[in-house]
Design a protein around this ligand. Structure first.
Ligand SMILES: Nc1ncnc2c1ncn2[C@@H]1O[C@H](COP(=O)(O)OP(=O)(O)OP(=O)(O)O)[C@@H](O)[C@H]1O
Ligand SMILES: [Mg+2]
Length: 244
């Protein structure tokens, strides 16, 4: 059975700047199914990061609604207070960025323990155990007590993914997670995300510039000037060519 985990209804986002208002998202309607690996593609400035920030509640929308549905409950996340939304996000959303964003003075294990410490879902001993398990999952167990600057970019991104999984959220949001990696490493990171969808049932929403990767999502969306364009993946085009 498929179920909707996130639903965006008539979402608009306008940024106010010194030069006037700028409409970054126009009337976005979107349903995301639990267990989807959804790709978001589009040119620089199209509104991809803005869309992610709306659906994980990092930033306020101008109008519309984002609903999160899990365990029979439906939550309109932008109606929560700032504190409620932060606590909802800590439990339900893991975030991965292009620039990894690991804290340089903490070891890899400590970086992963941080979200668990903040959310108070795990006692310190359990948090440490879990951090080591997640490093094991990312094949980095032997580096647990190193600082981030002593491992490669691809390894740092795997630590960032482990950190995003710390509180075992159902959804991961990734903004160009392969953007600063070479193509072989990028491919490997992409495989890690695919496995999280296939083997752990995570829902993943990923922004990418890499059209080569777009064919490997279960669905991909294109944003053009803040609007959702008709979704057509490379996969669809290949299938169409084959049918001709
Ligand atoms: N805080 C802000 N204030 C004003 N304008 C903003 C702000 N954030 C983004 N914008 C504008 O909104 C538009 C969409 O930005 P967004 O960051 O979502 O694009 P993007 O698709 O993620 O681009 P990129 O691929 O370069 O990361 C851009 O024109 C950007 O300049
Ligand atoms: Mg962006």
């Amino acid at each position: 059975m498929t179920s909707t985990i996130l639903e965006l209804q008539n979402v608009n986002k306008t940024y106010s700047t010194a030069a006037g208002d700028f409409v970054a998202l126009k009337n976005i309607n979107l349903e995301i199914t639990a267990g989807e690996f959804l790709g978001v593609v589009g040119k620089s400035g199209a509104g991809k990061s803005t869309l992610l920030n709306m659906l994980n509640g990092v930033d306020q929308l101008t109008s519309g609604e984002v609903c999160f549905q899990a365990e029979g409950e439906r939550l309109s996340i932008h109606q929560l207070t700032e504190d409620q939304r932060a606590s909802w996000r800590g439990k339900n959303m893991g975030v991965v960025y292009q620039s990894f964003q690991l804290l340089p003075m903490l070891t890899l294990a400590e970086n992963i323990m941080l979200p668990m410490d903040l959310s108070n879902h795990f006692n310190p001993r359990k948090a440490k155990e879990r951090a080591l398990e997640l490093l094991e999952l990312m094949e980095l167990a032997e580096h647990a007590h190193k600082l981030p600057s002593f491992i490669s970019g691809g390894q740092q991104q795997r630590v960032a993914i482990a950190r995003a999984l710390a509180n075992d959220p159902p959804v991961l949001v990734a903004d160009e997670p392969t953007g600063s990696l070479d193509s072989v490493t990028a491919d490997h990171i992409f495989d890690v995300f695919s496995q999280l969808v296939e083997e752990r049932g995570k829902t993943i929403i990923m922004v990418t510039h890499d059209l080569g990767l777009a064919s490997r999502f279960s669905r991909s969306l294109t944003i053009v000037d803040g609007e959702l364009a008709e979704a057509q993946t490379e996969f669809d085009r290949t299938m169409l060519r084959r049918r001709k």
